[in-house]
Each structure stands twice: as C-alpha cells, then as structure tokens.
Write a protein of this length. Structure first.
Length: 384
C-alpha cells in the first residue's frame, strides 16, 4: 500500500474521521486505475441474466435439498486487533489470503429495531456521475463525512470498509475507530466486495481477468473459506439474515458452502428487461427483493452496482409489488426479522422509514439532503 494512503488511513484511525479534504488528494491518483477496472467488471456482470423457470410457488428456503452446514465457529468476545503486518498465503489465484490473523472480533452493531437507530450511514452522489460518492454517517441529526474520493465499500456497521488499490492485490480492509486499524492487501477490485449484514464477513475477489476467484473472509475471527459456489458469481448479495448468498442477477441463492440451493423463479420476469442492472437487496426469506434499472449513459459511466429499489418484486413470480411507503427515489435495507428500512432521497431532504414485516410504519425520520445525484442507505448501527 502506498505511503500516502497508509498515512491517510492512520489519520482516520487516530482521529475518528478524516477532515473534509484530507482523503481527496491522497486517494485520487492511486484509486483511478481500480475504479476503471471495477467499472468494466461490474458492467459486464450486470449484463448477464440467467433465465429462470416459469412461475412457481412462493419461495420456501426450507425446501432446499441440501443439508444445512455445520455450525460455524464463534468469535471470542475478547478478540483483539492483530498486527497489521499479517502474513498471507498463496491460493493459486492472483492474490493471497490472510494467514494466522485473529480478526477484529464481532462487530456487535446490529440489533432488533423498534425505531430508527441513531447511527445511519449514507452513500451520497452528485449529478456529475463521473465523480466519486461521499459517505455520511449520521449520529442523530448531525451528519459527519467519513470517506470520499475513492472506491470504498462500507460495511453496514459504518465502521469497517474495503478500499480498492491501484494495482492487483492492493485492496485493503480497514476500520475507522480508535487504534483498531488493520491493513490487509488481500483482494483485487475485479468484483466489488460484498459485506454481510452483520459486517463480520465479506466476499472478496482474488481474480485475474480470467476468473472471479472469490473467497469469504470472516473479519471477526480471521477464518477463510475459498470454497464459495461459482454460481453466485461476482459481487453476490446477502440475504437479510446473512444465511444466503444471492447472485447479482437475482436468479439463484445458496449458502456460502454451496448447500441449500434455491432457484428464484421470478428472475425470468426481469432478467431480460432493458436497463436491468441487478439485484439491490433481498429479504431474509428470499421472497421479496429490490431491483435497479439504469439507462445506457449511466451504465457506460460504470455506475452499475445495484443499490436503488427501482422495482420491488415477488421473487417467486416476478410480480411488481407496492412498497409499504410512498417514495420517489427509494432504496431499501431488509432486516433479519422481515422488516425493512426504506430511504427516500427527495433532493433536499432524506426521509428514512422503518416498516415492520406486516407493512406497518414503526418510525420515520427526516434528515437534511446531502447531494443532488442520489442518496443510498448503506447501513445502520446501534452501538459503535
């Protein structure tokens, strides 16, 4: 990792969040190559659409033929940050994975919600689609800009993040809080990293141009799995409970070990639609999902990683559903209990609504708008 980037990350660790212009100059040059590489890779993946079957009964995860995996390891409550100079081991792909790393410990940031939490993390874009997004973390009503000008992938806890490097295998993982900062050059920005809902696991890419080479890193424990099913492809989405990985075209879901395969038959209804970019988010029971659609200009600019809820659908039939709240520019974060947080960017204000599994509004909060090109709710936290 270049020294300029290392210094900025260290400044984040010591000061909580960088000053407004601190990261811009240091990251711009080093990230430009990675952004172009990611733009091409995601645009290609977004164009792939697997044909689903005909309409089927509602998705039932429990009908999966494979046996569920054995219980995974539990993270120690007393886990401590490890030495940033962690060694790595070659896997035969273009990069390497951490070896002997004890992890950061569990995030502990998620919990059951009856009201919108104080901590909200937004990715904010401007009308200039060539500019990089900014991340804002709201504590109550106050917004704090935490990262800007770079190919960042923030975990839902608003603390951990993956950031791409200018060269192969230069992608790193970092934490924003205190001295809890580790740097691991463990992925290539060929496929965007995919964080689990609890921020404790991330799907990373070891690939060269010939293959995805995805692997799963448990950042709580340091455990590594290189046996991810190829079918979930590049930059899979997680089900809201963190049990399933779902292909970015929304056609198939399975556990990280490949068991419990579920066909989402409704994909046949959207996969061939003009402008279909990909699956944005999906519920814990795999029955409901948000899809994003982009015009040719947006796709050509490389801003094709699905996040908005342009279409809210039944995944078994492809039927378009009504969101439980009125929203003009929505995106949605599904929660493990079936509820969801809907974020609506109204260009001047951000309206955030918590809705339970039955569609009842539990809480609403209005925050000041931060950009003119769209605001995406990337995560929330109850403690930090």
């Amino acid at each position: 990792m270049p020294d300029s980037i290392r210094e900025v990350l260290q400044g984040i660790a010591e000061g909580g969040a960088p000053e407004r212009d601190l990261a811009a100059g240091a990251y711009r040059k080093a990230r430009s190559m990675a952004r172009r590489r990611l733009a091409v890779a995601v645009a290609v993946v977004a164009g792939l659409a697997a044909a689903g079957g005909a309409t089927a009964a509602l998705v039932d995860r429990d009908r999966a033929e494979e046996l569920p995996p054995a219980d995974g390891p539990t993270a120690s409550e007393t886990a401590t940050p490890s030495d940033p100079e962690t060694t790595a081991t070659e896997t035969g792909a273009a990069c390497s994975v951490p070896e002997g790393w004890s992890g950061w410990g569990p995030s502990g940031s998620m919990g059951d919600l009856t009201a919108i939490p104080d901590g909200l993390v937004f990715e904010v874009s401007q009308d200039d689609i060539s500019s990089e997004p900014t991340f804002f973390r709201f504590e109550g009503e106050e917004g704090n800009e935490v990262l800007r000008d770079g190919e960042y992938h923030m975990a839902p806890d608003g603390n951990r993040f993956a950031v791409g490097g200018a060269e192969a295998c230069a992608g790193s993982l970092a934490s924003l809080t205190g001295d809890n900062l580790d740097e691991l050059g463990v992925f290539t920005v060929q496929c965007a990293p995919s964080w689990s809902p609890d921020s404790d696991r991330v799907v990373l890419n070891l690939a060269d141009a010939e293959s995805t080479g995805a692997y799963l890193l448990d950042v709580a424990t340091g455990e590594v799995s290189t046996d991810l099913p190829e079918e979930v492809g590049c930059s899979p989405r997680w089900s809201a409970d963190g049990e399933y990985l779902v292909s970015s075209d929304g056609s198939v879901a399975m556990r990280p070990d490949g068991s419990g395969r579920v066909e989402l038959e409704g994909a046949a209804a959207w996969s061939g639609d003009d402008g279909f970019t990909g699956l944005s988010s999906i519920s814990a029971d795999l029955s409901r999902a948000c899809l994003q659609y982009d015009d040719e200009g947006t796709a050509a600019a490389g801003h094709t990683r699905a996040a908005r809820c342009d279409r809210y659908v039944d995944t078994a039939t492809g039927e378009v559903l009504d969101l439980p709240v009125d929203a003009g520019q929505p995106n949605a974060v599904f929660l493990a209990d079936g509820s969801m947080i809907v974020c609506d960017d109204r260009y001047g204000e951000i309206v955030v609504t918590l809705v339970d599994a039955d569609g009842t509004v539990l809480d609403t909060r209005t925050l000041p708008g931060q950009g003119t090109g769209g605001t995406i709710l990337r995560g929330y936290y109850t403690t930090l």
